[in-house]
Design a protein around this ligand. Structure first.
Ligand code: IVH
Length: 688
């Protein structure tokens, strides 16, 4: 990059970060997670370090974020609430150690440092002040000097002691820790928010922050927050930590943790340890990394500190962060990057999927250079353009996706993307069709119109063998068999013989045998698996199950009318048309015939209809129920042997009427069908 371009990028980053900081810390309206903020800040910090001529004292890298809002009383912290510097790798952690060792070596009576490593909770920093053992004030960090008094709200957190445990409490104690929300509580809360048409929280930290910011503490109480203590502030009012009579005498950070537990605070001893060297601290870092997804709450790293308080004093504070402590952060699950190009992939159903291509970028521990944009609707909704700076996200095993555009980062040279008019693989015309498997989610997608498009056939075969669990035949082997002319469609797989395969270069007798054994083991297929394996447009695993449950046999499904498919619960018009058209097509039926000819057998579907007091009765549900979701209501009806359908006819037994019922309610009244309001319905299903 040229200097003038670097300057522009630095300025854009500063504005962007400042904007995010303001939204996040002042307005409490987070549009991105910390990962994004961190990612942008890292880029800015690196650019500033390499180009010191663009230094600016007002840069977001030179400040502690957040002015307190005016909603709560402001309080001044006796001891500043600091932040932590982050490190993102073993090398950076070791560089930190080198820095502290250098400072310590200049101090004549400094001993060798020992470390303390502890899990880093992803919540909100809180200060709690106890006088004569009683909680008198709880506050947020704010800008580190001035926070907000949220005592009432903190008192609703059950893991915060209102009185310290033990005899002879200290006159004064300031505890620091993290208020958090568990993942489970967040899920429940978001379900409620959704039901009430309110905005969802992006993560447990934002939800915890939002909950503590409630002016009405009854609302905070509803959110079941939690609290982990991690430090005792060296508050001058405490008359010195080390000699305070009510402490177990300590001169270490680990000793403070002991004291916290003694006073009745929650800590997380399974994930904290004294480490004699960094290698041991790294063990904890790896241990937490392995299990952190399964922890009930969010954690974004491990805090490593020098354990000896005397050494902490020698090391002191630099800027806004202590030198004696760092946060080891796990790789971001979100990151920012610049889109170089948008390419198009052709799937097994012929659907064209746009893919963003960018320079290799580190997300959630892996380097990625492509992320899905899903479809044209998504591109338009996000307004993604080639050249845009975007947020990419990688969650666990899920394929990486573009989740947000940062329009403030635009230079004006970005280009809009258009779907190609012809298939990028075979050159046939591309057609726009309705898509979406649910009634409520009809959208538009683009398809290659060539039924024999090689991309489709190849992807279809991959799908087919994986649904039938013939794992010995991976995509590479499929390609090879096709190139060698052994197979031209998926039905041919079941006609393969050991001799065909072992004659091929690089395939021995053993591998040929394994492949044939695997094929033979998977000739018998359940009806839902078989339907799913066919790769019918819009038919996923669940729809295949629904079709199998309704028809009970392949013959009945093949013979079904469009109307009949349309009547099935959960199956909308777009899906039913696709199913109906699939089985009307001669080629498809020939393919199914060949599968049978080559020895595939579909197992009989056991009819699993429950028998109960609602057997023989059909129900239709309309409107929103207060005390249960629609799915819950459906499964209750099914449990008692009843059936749930979508449309009201004279044959309908009951219409369950919730809040704001639709036209089904009117129709039921007109036809004189029995109406059940929520209370009646609950009596019916709960009664004997
Ligand atoms: S020690 C000097 N220990 O992380 C301030 N902080 O990124 C650090 N945090 O503001 C105090 N878990 O809110 C410490 N075990 C832990 C922590 C922890 C989470 C938070 C704290 C701090 C932020 C810095």
């Amino acid at each position: 990059m040229e200097k003038s371009e670097i300057k522009k990028r630095i300025e854009a980053l500063r504005l962007q970060i400042e904007d995010l900081r303001y939204r996040y810390h002042v307005l409490d309206d987070p549009r991105v997670t910390d990962d994004v903020y961190d990612s942008l800040t890292r880029e800015l910090r690196e650019l500033e370090e390499k180009n010191p001529e663009f230094h600016d004292p007002l840069s977001p890298t030179n400040r502690v974020a957040g002015k307190p809002l005016d909603k709560f009383l402001k309080v001044r912290h006796d001891v500043r609430m600091l932040s932590l510097n982050d490190v993102f790798s073993k090398d950076e952690l070791e560089a930190w150690e080198n820095r502290i060792k250098k400072v310590l070596s200049a101090s004549p009576d400094a001993v060798e440092p020992v470390y303390f490593a502890e899990i880093k909770f992803d919540g909100l920093a809180v200060s709690l002040i106890y006088k004569k053992g009683v909680l008198v004030r709880g506050a947020t960090r704010g800008d580190g000097f001035i926070g907000e008094d949220i005592t009432q709200n903190l008192k609703t957190i059950k893991s915060i002691p209102l009185k310290l445990r033990g005899e002879n409490p200290p006159e004064f104690l300031e505890v620091r820790g993290e208020a958090i929300m568990t993942k489970k509580v967040l899920e429940q809360l978001n379900r409620k928010q959704e039901k009430e048409g309110k905005q969802l929280f992006a993560n447990t930290r934002n939800a915890a922050a939002g909950s503590l910011r409630q002016l009405d503490s009854a609302l905070t109480a509803e959110r079941s927050l939690d609290f982990f203590a991690y430090d005792i502030a060296d508050n001058p009012n405490s008359l010195g930590l080390i000699n305070n009579h009510s402490f177990n005498p300590t001169n270490t950070h680990s000793g403070l943790h002991e004291n916290l537990r003694k006073f009745g605070f929650k800590t997380f001893p399974q994930y904290e340890m004294v480490a004699k060297d960094l290698k041991q601290a790294e063990e904890l870092i790896r241990r937490v990394e392995k299990i952190r997804q399964s922890l009930p709450f969010g954690t974004d790293g491990v805090v490593v500190s020098v354990d000896q308080i005397a050494l902490q004093k020698v090391l002191g504070v630099v800027g806004k962060a202590p030198r004696y402590m760092v946060a080891y952060k796990y790789p971001a699950e979100k990151a920012t990057t610049i889109i170089k190009d948008i390419k198009v992939n052709v799937g097994r159903t012929g659907v064209l999927t746009p893919l963003a291509v960018f320079e290799p970028t580190l997300v959630a521990g892996s380097t990625i250079s492509k992320a899905t944009l899903h479809n044209m609707d998504q591109i338009e909704r996000l307004d993604v353009r080639i050249g845009d700076t975007v947020v990419i996200q990688k969650a666990g095993d899920v394929i990486p996706e573009v989740v947000e555009v940062l329009p403030k980062m635009r230079s004006g040279k970005e280009k809009k993307f258009k779907m190609p008019k012809t298939c990028p693989v075979c050159g046939h015309l591309v057609e726009k069709r309705e898509a979406g498997s649910k009634k409520s989610e009809v959208s538009v997608a683009y398809y290659c119109t060539n039924p024999k498009c090689p991309a489709k056939n190849r992807r279809f075969m991959q799908h087919f063998v994986s649904v039938l669990e013939i794992y010995e035949i991976g995509p590479k082997i499929l390609d090879r068999f096709q190139e060698e002319g052994l197979i031209s469609d998926a039905a041919d797989i079941f006609a393969l013989k050991k001799e065909d395969i072992q004659g091929l270069e690089r395939f021995g007798e053993k591998s040929a045998e394994n492949i044939i054994t695997s094929i033979n083991q998977h000739r018998q297929v359940s009806l839902p698996r078989f339907i799913y394996s066919l790769g019918i447009l819009h038919v996923g695993e669940q729809t295949a199950e629904d079709l199998a449950a309704h028809f009970g046999s392949l013959e009945k499904l093949q013979a079904a009318s469009l109307d009949e498919v349309n009547q099935i619960e959960n199956i909308g018009p777009v899906v039913s048309r696709s199913v109906y058209e699939y089985f009307k097509d001669k080629e498809n039926n020939r393919f199914i015939g060949n599968l049978f000819k080559n020895g595939v057998k579909v197992l009989k579907q056991a009819q699993k209809q429950a028998v109960g007091k609602l057997t023989g009765k059909t129900f239709v549900i309309t409107g929103t129920l207060d005390t249960m979701s629609r799915d819950e209501a459906k499964s209750q009806i099914k449990r008692l042997g009843g059936k749930v359908t979508e449309s009201v006819t004279k044959q309908t037994g009951y219409v369950v009427v919730g809040k704001e019922p639709g036209s089904k309610y009117e129709k039921a009244k007109k036809l004189g069908v029995n109406l059940l309001f929520e209370k009646d319905f609950k009596e019916l299903i709960n009664g004997q």
